[in-house]
Design a protein around this ligand. Structure first.
Ligand code: FE2
Length: 150
């Protein structure tokens, strides 16, 4: 991988544009779930017009994240897969961290979608450690949950 591309991939897992991250997250999830991603499904899931999705998909193709063939749909390149997996992992860490406190799943989903694009790789590392420690220590979670109920 050329140095310039490597730099871009490293950035993509922390502060890539939210819109690009939303697309890569959607495409990654669609492929993980049903094996393929189509413009119509991305448009529906993101609530965006198909023409806009097609434009963005073409942009992502020109940036090396995916391959788009009108009749065969969308496949991720290695880089697109790496970035998509990192985005999905980040979503999962934040979800598990908040869900551990028994928050409403709807609320957790909304908050995770809102904050996931705005945290740095370093902050994610901290939150990942916290999540792992909390999951390994149910007594501490119980204690913290009691403090939340006032
Ligand atoms: Fe997400």
């Amino acid at each position: 991988m050329p140095a310039a591309k490597k730099k871009k991939a490293a950035r993509a897992t922390s502060a890539q544009s939210p819109a690009i991250e939303d697309y890569l997250e959607q495409i990654h999830n669609l492929i993980a779930g049903k094996g393929y991603a189509r413009v119509v499904d991305i448009a529906e899931n993101l609530g965006i017009a198909q023409a806009s999705v097609t434009n963005m998909v073409q942009k992502l193709a020109s940036e090396g994240y995916l391959v788009y063939e009108r009749y065969r749909g969308i496949t991720l390149t290695d880089e697109g897969r790496n970035v998509g997996a990192a985005i999905a992992r980040r979503h999962e860490v934040l979800t598990r961290l908040l869900s551990g406190f028994g928050l409403d799943p709807e609320l957790v989903h909304r908050d995770v979608e809102g904050m996931e694009h705005h945290i740095s790789r370093q902050t994610l590392e901290v939150l990942t450690l916290l999540m792992e420690e909390l999951e390994a220590n149910p007594a501490l979670v119980k204690k913290l949950k009691r403090k939340l109920q006032h």
